[in-house]
Design a protein around this ligand. Structure first.
Ligand SMILES: Cc1cc2nc3c(=O)[nH]c(=O)nc-3n(C[C@H](O)[C@H](O)[C@H](O)COP(=O)(O)OP(=O)(O)OC[C@H]3O[C@@H](n4cnc5c(N)ncnc54)[C@H](O)[C@@H]3O)c2cc1C
Length: 384
Protein backbone atom coordinates (compact mmCIF):
# COMPACT_ATOMS: atom_id res chain seq x y z
CA UNK A 1 0.00 0.00 0.00
CA UNK A 2 1.37 3.40 -0.95
CA UNK A 3 -0.34 6.40 0.61
CA UNK A 4 2.27 8.89 -0.66
CA UNK A 5 1.19 11.63 -3.02
CA UNK A 6 3.10 11.92 -6.30
CA UNK A 7 5.30 14.97 -6.95
CA UNK A 8 2.64 16.21 -9.37
CA UNK A 9 -0.07 15.90 -6.73
CA UNK A 10 2.08 17.80 -4.20
CA UNK A 11 2.62 20.53 -6.78
CA UNK A 12 -1.10 20.61 -7.53
CA UNK A 13 -1.90 21.16 -3.86
CA UNK A 14 0.65 23.98 -3.64
CA UNK A 15 -0.85 25.71 -6.66
CA UNK A 16 -4.40 25.31 -5.30
CA UNK A 17 -3.28 26.90 -2.04
CA UNK A 18 -1.69 29.75 -3.92
CA UNK A 19 -4.77 30.22 -6.16
CA UNK A 20 -7.14 30.25 -3.19
CA UNK A 21 -5.04 32.70 -1.19
CA UNK A 22 -5.10 35.01 -4.22
CA UNK A 23 -8.79 34.72 -5.12
CA UNK A 24 -10.76 33.62 -2.08
CA UNK A 25 -11.17 35.85 0.94
CA UNK A 26 -14.11 35.97 3.32
CA UNK A 27 -15.49 39.27 1.98
CA UNK A 28 -15.52 37.98 -1.57
CA UNK A 29 -16.98 34.61 -0.51
CA UNK A 30 -19.76 36.43 1.30
CA UNK A 31 -20.56 38.50 -1.78
CA UNK A 32 -20.51 35.38 -4.00
CA UNK A 33 -23.02 33.74 -1.64
CA UNK A 34 -25.17 36.87 -1.90
CA UNK A 35 -24.92 36.97 -5.69
CA UNK A 36 -25.47 33.24 -6.10
CA UNK A 37 -22.39 32.49 -8.17
CA UNK A 38 -18.62 32.22 -8.23
CA UNK A 39 -17.44 35.37 -10.04
CA UNK A 40 -16.84 35.19 -13.79
CA UNK A 41 -13.24 36.22 -13.19
CA UNK A 42 -12.52 33.31 -10.84
CA UNK A 43 -14.25 30.82 -13.14
CA UNK A 44 -12.10 32.01 -16.02
CA UNK A 45 -8.90 31.98 -13.97
CA UNK A 46 -9.72 28.50 -12.65
CA UNK A 47 -9.94 27.29 -16.22
CA UNK A 48 -6.86 29.14 -17.41
CA UNK A 49 -4.80 27.83 -14.50
CA UNK A 50 -5.65 24.36 -15.85
CA UNK A 51 -7.75 23.19 -12.86
CA UNK A 52 -10.97 23.31 -14.87
CA UNK A 53 -9.42 21.21 -17.63
CA UNK A 54 -8.40 18.34 -15.38
CA UNK A 55 -10.10 15.06 -16.18
CA UNK A 56 -11.12 16.22 -19.67
CA UNK A 57 -9.55 14.18 -22.52
CA UNK A 58 -6.65 15.74 -24.43
CA UNK A 59 -8.49 15.62 -27.75
CA UNK A 60 -10.95 18.18 -26.36
CA UNK A 61 -8.22 20.43 -25.01
CA UNK A 62 -8.24 18.95 -21.50
CA UNK A 63 -5.63 17.62 -19.09
CA UNK A 64 -6.31 13.94 -18.45
CA UNK A 65 -5.71 12.75 -14.91
CA UNK A 66 -6.67 9.86 -12.68
CA UNK A 67 -9.65 9.89 -10.36
CA UNK A 68 -7.56 10.04 -7.20
CA UNK A 69 -6.09 13.32 -8.47
CA UNK A 70 -9.58 14.68 -9.25
CA UNK A 71 -10.51 13.85 -5.65
CA UNK A 72 -7.46 15.73 -4.37
CA UNK A 73 -8.31 18.71 -6.59
CA UNK A 74 -11.87 18.86 -5.20
CA UNK A 75 -10.90 18.29 -1.57
CA UNK A 76 -8.06 20.79 -1.57
CA UNK A 77 -10.09 23.50 -3.28
CA UNK A 78 -12.81 23.24 -0.68
CA UNK A 79 -10.16 23.13 2.05
CA UNK A 80 -8.23 26.20 0.95
CA UNK A 81 -11.23 28.21 -0.24
CA UNK A 82 -13.16 27.29 2.93
CA UNK A 83 -16.46 26.99 1.07
CA UNK A 84 -18.31 24.94 -1.50
CA UNK A 85 -18.02 26.07 -5.12
CA UNK A 86 -19.57 25.14 -8.45
CA UNK A 87 -16.23 23.83 -9.79
CA UNK A 88 -17.24 20.29 -8.87
CA UNK A 89 -20.60 20.54 -10.70
CA UNK A 90 -18.88 22.06 -13.70
CA UNK A 91 -16.37 19.21 -13.97
CA UNK A 92 -19.16 16.64 -13.68
CA UNK A 93 -21.34 18.34 -16.27
CA UNK A 94 -18.53 18.41 -18.80
CA UNK A 95 -17.70 14.76 -18.22
CA UNK A 96 -21.38 13.78 -18.74
CA UNK A 97 -21.39 15.57 -22.08
CA UNK A 98 -18.04 14.14 -23.20
CA UNK A 99 -19.19 10.65 -22.31
CA UNK A 100 -22.64 10.71 -23.90
CA UNK A 101 -22.78 13.61 -26.37
CA UNK A 102 -22.23 13.54 -30.14
CA UNK A 103 -19.04 15.13 -31.49
CA UNK A 104 -21.11 18.18 -32.50
CA UNK A 105 -22.67 18.52 -29.04
CA UNK A 106 -19.31 18.07 -27.30
CA UNK A 107 -17.72 20.72 -29.52
CA UNK A 108 -20.57 23.13 -28.86
CA UNK A 109 -20.38 22.63 -25.06
CA UNK A 110 -16.58 22.66 -24.92
CA UNK A 111 -16.38 25.92 -26.90
CA UNK A 112 -18.77 27.59 -24.48
CA UNK A 113 -16.88 26.16 -21.49
CA UNK A 114 -13.50 27.32 -22.82
CA UNK A 115 -14.86 30.82 -23.25
CA UNK A 116 -16.30 31.30 -19.78
CA UNK A 117 -15.23 28.45 -17.47
CA UNK A 118 -18.92 27.69 -16.99
CA UNK A 119 -20.59 24.61 -18.43
CA UNK A 120 -23.37 25.66 -20.74
CA UNK A 121 -25.97 23.51 -18.97
CA UNK A 122 -27.38 22.44 -15.61
CA UNK A 123 -28.83 18.98 -14.90
CA UNK A 124 -32.62 18.56 -14.59
CA UNK A 125 -33.21 15.14 -13.14
CA UNK A 126 -35.27 15.31 -9.94
CA UNK A 127 -39.00 16.08 -9.97
CA UNK A 128 -41.27 17.18 -7.13
CA UNK A 129 -42.67 13.64 -6.84
CA UNK A 130 -39.55 11.80 -8.01
CA UNK A 131 -36.28 12.46 -6.16
CA UNK A 132 -34.95 9.24 -4.67
CA UNK A 133 -37.61 7.34 -6.59
CA UNK A 134 -36.45 8.36 -10.07
CA UNK A 135 -38.61 5.77 -11.77
CA UNK A 136 -41.65 7.81 -10.66
CA UNK A 137 -40.68 10.70 -12.94
CA UNK A 138 -43.40 11.80 -15.33
CA UNK A 139 -41.66 14.30 -17.61
CA UNK A 140 -42.25 12.85 -21.04
CA UNK A 141 -41.52 13.45 -24.71
CA UNK A 142 -43.97 12.38 -27.40
CA UNK A 143 -43.06 12.06 -31.05
CA UNK A 144 -45.12 14.12 -33.53
CA UNK A 145 -46.05 13.32 -37.12
CA UNK A 146 -43.45 15.82 -38.38
CA UNK A 147 -40.62 13.99 -36.54
CA UNK A 148 -40.28 16.54 -33.72
CA UNK A 149 -41.02 15.76 -30.07
CA UNK A 150 -43.14 17.58 -27.49
CA UNK A 151 -41.81 17.70 -23.93
CA UNK A 152 -44.06 18.25 -20.91
CA UNK A 153 -43.02 18.05 -17.27
CA UNK A 154 -41.36 19.73 -14.32
CA UNK A 155 -37.89 19.46 -12.78
CA UNK A 156 -36.81 20.77 -9.41
CA UNK A 157 -33.73 21.52 -7.28
CA UNK A 158 -31.81 22.17 -10.51
CA UNK A 159 -28.44 23.48 -9.35
CA UNK A 160 -27.37 26.60 -11.30
CA UNK A 161 -30.55 26.17 -13.36
CA UNK A 162 -31.21 29.90 -13.56
CA UNK A 163 -27.58 30.86 -14.15
CA UNK A 164 -26.76 28.54 -17.06
CA UNK A 165 -28.37 28.99 -20.49
CA UNK A 166 -29.10 25.33 -21.27
CA UNK A 167 -30.37 22.37 -19.25
CA UNK A 168 -29.73 18.65 -19.72
CA UNK A 169 -33.11 17.09 -19.03
CA UNK A 170 -33.97 13.44 -18.40
CA UNK A 171 -37.44 12.53 -19.69
CA UNK A 172 -39.36 9.36 -20.37
CA UNK A 173 -39.85 8.37 -23.99
CA UNK A 174 -43.54 8.38 -25.04
CA UNK A 175 -45.09 6.99 -21.84
CA UNK A 176 -44.90 8.67 -18.39
CA UNK A 177 -45.97 5.57 -16.44
CA UNK A 178 -43.82 4.02 -13.71
CA UNK A 179 -43.48 0.83 -15.76
CA UNK A 180 -41.74 2.65 -18.62
CA UNK A 181 -37.97 2.49 -18.11
CA UNK A 182 -37.10 4.11 -21.43
CA UNK A 183 -35.68 7.59 -20.79
CA UNK A 184 -33.57 9.95 -22.87
CA UNK A 185 -31.38 12.98 -22.24
CA UNK A 186 -32.11 16.24 -24.03
CA UNK A 187 -29.94 19.37 -24.23
CA UNK A 188 -32.43 22.24 -24.19
CA UNK A 189 -31.89 25.96 -24.65
CA UNK A 190 -33.83 27.72 -21.87
CA UNK A 191 -34.94 30.34 -24.38
CA UNK A 192 -37.00 27.71 -26.18
CA UNK A 193 -40.73 28.49 -26.09
CA UNK A 194 -42.44 26.73 -23.17
CA UNK A 195 -39.40 26.58 -20.85
CA UNK A 196 -39.59 28.62 -17.65
CA UNK A 197 -37.93 28.69 -14.23
CA UNK A 198 -38.75 29.83 -10.71
CA UNK A 199 -36.20 30.38 -7.94
CA UNK A 200 -35.96 28.21 -4.82
CA UNK A 201 -34.27 29.56 -1.72
CA UNK A 202 -31.56 27.39 -0.21
CA UNK A 203 -30.62 27.51 3.47
CA UNK A 204 -26.96 26.84 2.64
CA UNK A 205 -24.73 26.55 -0.46
CA UNK A 206 -26.24 29.82 -1.78
CA UNK A 207 -23.14 30.26 -3.94
CA UNK A 208 -24.88 27.83 -6.34
CA UNK A 209 -28.65 28.28 -6.05
CA UNK A 210 -31.13 25.78 -7.42
CA UNK A 211 -34.50 26.35 -9.07
CA UNK A 212 -37.73 24.86 -10.40
CA UNK A 213 -37.99 24.29 -14.15
CA UNK A 214 -41.18 23.89 -16.16
CA UNK A 215 -41.59 22.46 -19.65
CA UNK A 216 -44.93 23.17 -21.33
CA UNK A 217 -45.33 21.78 -24.83
CA UNK A 218 -41.65 22.37 -25.60
CA UNK A 219 -40.78 21.36 -29.16
CA UNK A 220 -37.59 19.28 -29.41
CA UNK A 221 -35.74 18.03 -32.45
CA UNK A 222 -33.81 14.76 -32.72
CA UNK A 223 -30.45 16.57 -32.75
CA UNK A 224 -31.14 17.78 -29.19
CA UNK A 225 -31.13 14.22 -27.85
CA UNK A 226 -27.89 13.42 -26.01
CA UNK A 227 -26.81 9.78 -26.26
CA UNK A 228 -28.95 6.92 -27.41
CA UNK A 229 -32.73 6.83 -27.11
CA UNK A 230 -33.98 5.02 -24.04
CA UNK A 231 -30.74 4.82 -22.05
CA UNK A 232 -30.48 8.37 -20.65
CA UNK A 233 -31.07 7.33 -17.06
CA UNK A 234 -28.73 4.34 -17.26
CA UNK A 235 -26.04 6.60 -18.73
CA UNK A 236 -26.36 9.17 -15.96
CA UNK A 237 -26.27 6.45 -13.31
CA UNK A 238 -22.82 5.41 -14.52
CA UNK A 239 -21.50 8.83 -13.55
CA UNK A 240 -23.28 8.96 -10.18
CA UNK A 241 -20.50 6.95 -8.53
CA UNK A 242 -17.93 9.60 -9.42
CA UNK A 243 -20.34 12.38 -8.49
CA UNK A 244 -20.81 10.85 -5.04
CA UNK A 245 -17.06 10.60 -4.51
CA UNK A 246 -16.50 14.23 -5.50
CA UNK A 247 -19.31 15.40 -3.23
CA UNK A 248 -17.54 13.62 -0.38
CA UNK A 249 -14.21 15.17 -1.41
CA UNK A 250 -15.83 18.61 -1.18
CA UNK A 251 -17.29 17.77 2.23
CA UNK A 252 -13.89 16.62 3.41
CA UNK A 253 -12.15 19.83 2.39
CA UNK A 254 -14.79 22.02 4.02
CA UNK A 255 -14.79 19.96 7.24
CA UNK A 256 -10.98 20.07 7.33
CA UNK A 257 -11.14 23.88 7.19
CA UNK A 258 -13.66 23.89 10.06
CA UNK A 259 -11.49 21.57 12.15
CA UNK A 260 -8.40 23.73 11.60
CA UNK A 261 -10.29 26.88 12.58
CA UNK A 262 -11.67 25.24 15.72
CA UNK A 263 -8.36 23.72 16.81
CA UNK A 264 -6.61 27.08 16.44
CA UNK A 265 -9.36 28.86 18.31
CA UNK A 266 -9.18 26.28 21.11
CA UNK A 267 -5.53 27.13 21.74
CA UNK A 268 -6.35 30.87 21.99
CA UNK A 269 -9.67 31.00 23.82
CA UNK A 270 -9.24 30.92 27.60
CA UNK A 271 -11.83 29.95 30.20
CA UNK A 272 -11.17 29.34 33.87
CA UNK A 273 -7.65 30.71 33.35
CA UNK A 274 -6.61 28.13 30.72
CA UNK A 275 -6.90 27.71 26.96
CA UNK A 276 -9.94 25.52 26.26
CA UNK A 277 -7.63 23.21 24.25
CA UNK A 278 -6.26 22.04 27.60
CA UNK A 279 -9.60 20.60 28.67
CA UNK A 280 -10.04 16.92 27.95
CA UNK A 281 -13.62 17.39 26.72
CA UNK A 282 -12.33 19.70 23.98
CA UNK A 283 -9.46 17.33 23.22
CA UNK A 284 -11.94 14.49 22.88
CA UNK A 285 -13.91 16.52 20.33
CA UNK A 286 -10.77 17.30 18.33
CA UNK A 287 -9.69 13.66 18.46
CA UNK A 288 -13.04 12.36 17.23
CA UNK A 289 -13.12 15.03 14.51
CA UNK A 290 -9.67 13.99 13.30
CA UNK A 291 -10.71 10.31 13.29
CA UNK A 292 -13.89 11.09 11.32
CA UNK A 293 -11.92 12.95 8.66
CA UNK A 294 -9.23 10.28 8.42
CA UNK A 295 -11.87 7.56 8.05
CA UNK A 296 -13.65 9.54 5.35
CA UNK A 297 -10.39 10.25 3.56
CA UNK A 298 -9.28 6.62 3.60
CA UNK A 299 -12.64 5.38 2.36
CA UNK A 300 -12.79 8.05 -0.33
CA UNK A 301 -9.33 7.61 -1.80
CA UNK A 302 -9.52 3.82 -1.70
CA UNK A 303 -12.77 4.06 -3.70
CA UNK A 304 -11.22 6.46 -6.22
CA UNK A 305 -8.12 4.25 -6.46
CA UNK A 306 -10.34 1.24 -7.21
CA UNK A 307 -12.07 3.23 -9.95
CA UNK A 308 -8.67 4.02 -11.42
CA UNK A 309 -7.92 0.26 -11.44
CA UNK A 310 -11.17 -0.33 -13.33
CA UNK A 311 -12.72 -2.18 -10.38
CA UNK A 312 -16.41 -1.97 -9.52
CA UNK A 313 -17.18 0.59 -6.80
CA UNK A 314 -20.92 0.16 -6.60
CA UNK A 315 -20.65 -0.78 -2.93
CA UNK A 316 -17.69 1.45 -2.06
CA UNK A 317 -19.20 4.62 -3.56
CA UNK A 318 -22.45 4.05 -1.63
CA UNK A 319 -20.51 3.41 1.60
CA UNK A 320 -18.43 6.55 1.24
CA UNK A 321 -21.49 8.68 0.36
CA UNK A 322 -23.35 7.19 3.33
CA UNK A 323 -20.49 7.78 5.75
CA UNK A 324 -18.63 10.87 4.52
CA UNK A 325 -21.15 13.75 4.35
CA UNK A 326 -22.63 12.91 7.76
CA UNK A 327 -19.21 12.48 9.36
CA UNK A 328 -18.06 15.79 7.87
CA UNK A 329 -21.27 17.55 8.90
CA UNK A 330 -20.76 16.33 12.47
CA UNK A 331 -17.16 17.57 12.39
CA UNK A 332 -18.42 21.01 11.36
CA UNK A 333 -21.05 20.88 14.09
CA UNK A 334 -18.43 20.10 16.75
CA UNK A 335 -16.19 22.83 15.32
CA UNK A 336 -19.07 25.28 15.75
CA UNK A 337 -19.52 24.06 19.33
CA UNK A 338 -15.86 24.74 20.10
CA UNK A 339 -16.39 28.35 19.00
CA UNK A 340 -19.28 28.68 21.46
CA UNK A 341 -21.50 31.74 20.85
CA UNK A 342 -19.08 33.10 18.27
CA UNK A 343 -19.64 29.95 16.20
CA UNK A 344 -23.33 30.80 15.92
CA UNK A 345 -22.63 34.18 14.31
CA UNK A 346 -21.70 35.13 10.79
CA UNK A 347 -18.37 36.45 12.13
CA UNK A 348 -16.90 32.98 11.62
CA UNK A 349 -17.09 30.79 8.53
CA UNK A 350 -17.72 27.65 10.56
CA UNK A 351 -21.50 28.26 10.61
CA UNK A 352 -21.59 28.60 6.84
CA UNK A 353 -19.63 25.37 6.41
CA UNK A 354 -21.97 23.56 8.82
CA UNK A 355 -25.05 24.63 6.83
CA UNK A 356 -23.44 23.85 3.47
CA UNK A 357 -22.47 20.34 4.52
CA UNK A 358 -26.02 19.52 5.58
CA UNK A 359 -27.12 19.75 1.93
CA UNK A 360 -24.59 17.14 0.87
CA UNK A 361 -26.39 14.52 2.98
CA UNK A 362 -29.26 14.89 0.47
CA UNK A 363 -27.69 15.91 -2.88
CA UNK A 364 -26.40 13.14 -5.14
CA UNK A 365 -28.48 10.50 -3.32
CA UNK A 366 -29.57 10.71 0.31
CA UNK A 367 -27.91 8.94 3.22
CA UNK A 368 -30.88 6.57 3.37
CA UNK A 369 -30.75 5.71 -0.33
CA UNK A 370 -27.06 4.86 0.09
CA UNK A 371 -28.12 2.20 2.62
CA UNK A 372 -30.59 0.91 0.05
CA UNK A 373 -27.80 0.60 -2.55
CA UNK A 374 -25.11 -0.68 -0.19
CA UNK A 375 -27.43 -3.09 1.62
CA UNK A 376 -28.22 -4.98 -1.56
CA UNK A 377 -24.52 -5.25 -2.44
CA UNK A 378 -23.57 -6.38 1.05
CA UNK A 379 -26.19 -9.13 1.19
CA UNK A 380 -25.05 -10.29 -2.25
CA UNK A 381 -21.42 -10.21 -1.14
CA UNK A 382 -22.00 -12.36 1.93
CA UNK A 383 -24.78 -14.62 0.70
CA UNK A 384 -24.35 -18.29 1.63
C1 LIG B 1 -27.97 20.80 -2.47
C2 LIG B 1 -28.78 20.01 -3.43
C3 LIG B 1 -28.50 20.07 -4.78
C4 LIG B 1 -29.27 19.34 -5.70
N1 LIG B 1 -28.99 19.47 -7.04
C5 LIG B 1 -29.78 18.82 -7.94
C6 LIG B 1 -29.59 19.01 -9.35
O1 LIG B 1 -28.70 19.75 -9.80
N2 LIG B 1 -30.41 18.36 -10.20
C7 LIG B 1 -31.39 17.53 -9.78
O2 LIG B 1 -32.08 16.96 -10.61
N3 LIG B 1 -31.61 17.33 -8.45
C8 LIG B 1 -30.83 17.96 -7.52
N4 LIG B 1 -31.07 17.79 -6.17
C9 LIG B 1 -32.16 16.93 -5.73
C10 LIG B 1 -31.72 15.66 -5.03
O3 LIG B 1 -31.16 14.74 -5.94
C11 LIG B 1 -32.93 15.09 -4.30
O4 LIG B 1 -33.34 16.02 -3.32
C12 LIG B 1 -32.65 13.75 -3.64
O5 LIG B 1 -32.42 12.75 -4.61
C13 LIG B 1 -33.76 13.31 -2.71
O6 LIG B 1 -35.00 13.34 -3.33
P1 LIG B 1 -36.24 14.08 -2.61
O7 LIG B 1 -35.79 15.40 -2.17
O8 LIG B 1 -37.41 13.97 -3.50
O9 LIG B 1 -36.50 13.23 -1.30
P2 LIG B 1 -37.46 11.95 -1.20
O10 LIG B 1 -37.02 10.97 -2.23
O11 LIG B 1 -38.86 12.37 -1.17
O12 LIG B 1 -37.06 11.40 0.24
C14 LIG B 1 -37.53 12.01 1.43
C15 LIG B 1 -36.87 11.29 2.61
O13 LIG B 1 -37.24 9.89 2.58
C16 LIG B 1 -36.08 9.09 2.50
N5 LIG B 1 -36.37 7.93 1.64
C17 LIG B 1 -36.82 7.92 0.37
N6 LIG B 1 -36.96 6.65 -0.07
C18 LIG B 1 -36.58 5.84 0.96
C19 LIG B 1 -36.47 4.43 1.15
N7 LIG B 1 -36.75 3.57 0.16
N8 LIG B 1 -36.05 3.96 2.34
C20 LIG B 1 -35.72 4.82 3.34
N9 LIG B 1 -35.80 6.16 3.24
C21 LIG B 1 -36.23 6.66 2.06
C22 LIG B 1 -35.02 9.97 1.87
O14 LIG B 1 -33.71 9.51 2.17
C23 LIG B 1 -35.34 11.31 2.52
O15 LIG B 1 -34.80 11.35 3.81
C24 LIG B 1 -30.32 18.51 -5.24
C25 LIG B 1 -30.61 18.45 -3.88
C26 LIG B 1 -29.85 19.19 -2.97
C27 LIG B 1 -30.18 19.13 -1.52
Amino acid sequence: MDFAKTDEQELLIESIEEFCSRYFNEDLIESMYENGSVTDEILKEYLEAGFGLMGIPEEYGGIPCDKVTLGILTEEFAHHAGCVTSFLNNTLAMSDMIEFGSEKQIEFCMNAYMESGKPIFSLGFSEPAAGSDNQAMTSVTKKQADGTYILNGQKTWVTQGELLPYVLVVAKDEDPSRENKSMSLWLIDKNTKGVSTAPLHKIGQQIMPFCEMYFDDVVLTEDMRVGEKGVGFVNLMKNFEMERCLIVAQCLGCAQAALEDAAQYATMRETFGRPIANFQLIQEKLTDMEIALENTRNLLYKTLWKMDQGESVRLDSALVKRYGPKACYEVASEALQIFGGLGFTTEKRVGRIWKDLRGHMIAGGTDEIMVYIAGRQITKKYQA
